[in-house]
Design a protein around this ligand. Structure first.
Ligand code: PGA
Length: 253
């Protein structure tokens, strides 16, 4: 019922040449048949979004931004608005990625404003949540994820929730080579889906897509996505290699 979703977060990688080269390789990869059954999006750095979008034009792969600001326009030096992203063909944006939470210092309240502004402006947000290693060790995973989901989605009605995708990314698994086991991922995904059921209703809980992220790669993609509540993957490192990312897309078909 839920269409699988494979997202590639390029983070602060690539340059003008390699971003387009990677996009070209993805566009000419065998994802066309996959495009109907799997949602595929890549999230290049802001400055390469247009060039990557152009290279992917005519393919079934869409583009998204790694972040967005919540104000519409004005004196916000360095920030990028929802309408700017829409203007250049973005469909998605990440909100509250763990590196923005833990390296840049974004808090739930700011992330909620970004999620809300994205939806109001017609951009589909992917709300990223996940616990730190010490939080997992202290058995606080559910508590942390509950706070991030509740505060991230605060004020959104049923209709607006329908625009949201959630990505569960345990911070200890991001970029570390340590992947959550399929069972660990399933446990938290199931918990998040039930939480959405309590906050909204059973229909929306069943409809919302929950992606797993954290050292996802071709070798573990199928196992992770075989879990009932894992609807796709948010891929960092492996999305920078066309062959790896294409293999992950194929695993989602
Ligand atoms: P990773 O990153 O796949 O390199 O662990 C995932 C992410 O941060 O979205």
């Amino acid at each position: 019922m839920r269409k699988p979703f494979v997202a590639g977060n390029w983070k602060m990688n690539t340059n003008g040449h390699t971003s387009v080269d990677l996009a070209d390789r993805l566009a000419s990869g065998s994802v066309e048949s996959a495009g109907h059954t799997v949602t595929v999006a890549v999230f290049p750095p802001f400055v390469y979004l247009q060039a990557v979008g152009k290279a992917l034009n005519g393919s079934s792969i869409t583009i998204g931004a790694q972040d967005v600001y919540f104000e519409q326009d004005g004196a916000f030096t360095g920030e990028i608005s929802v309408s700017m992203l829409k203007d250049i063909g973005c469909n998605y944006c990440l909100c509250g990625h763990s590196e923005r939470r833990h390296v840049i210092g974004e808090k739930d309240e700011l992330i909620n404003k970004k999620v809300t502004a994205a939806i109001n402006g017609g951009l589909l947000p992917i709300l990223c949540v996940g616990e730190l290693l010490e939080e997992r060790k202290a058995s606080q995973t559910n508590e942390v994820v509950t706070r991030q989901v509740k505060e991230g989605l605060a004020g959104l009605n049923d209709e607006k929730l329908a625009a949201v995708t959630i990505a569960y990314e345990p911070v200890w698994a991001i970029g570390t080579g340590l992947t959550a086991t399929p069972q660990q991922a399933q446990e938290v995904h199931d918990f998040i889906r039930k939480l959405i059921g309590q906050m909204y209703n059973e229909r929306l809980a069943q409809e919302i897509r929950i992606l797993y992220g954290g050292s996802a790669k071709p070798g573990n993609a199928a196992d992770l996505m075989s879990q009932e509540d894992v609807d796709g993957l948010l891929v960092g490192g492996a999305s920078l290699k066309a062959d790896d990312f294409l293999a992950i897309i194929q695993a989602a078909v």
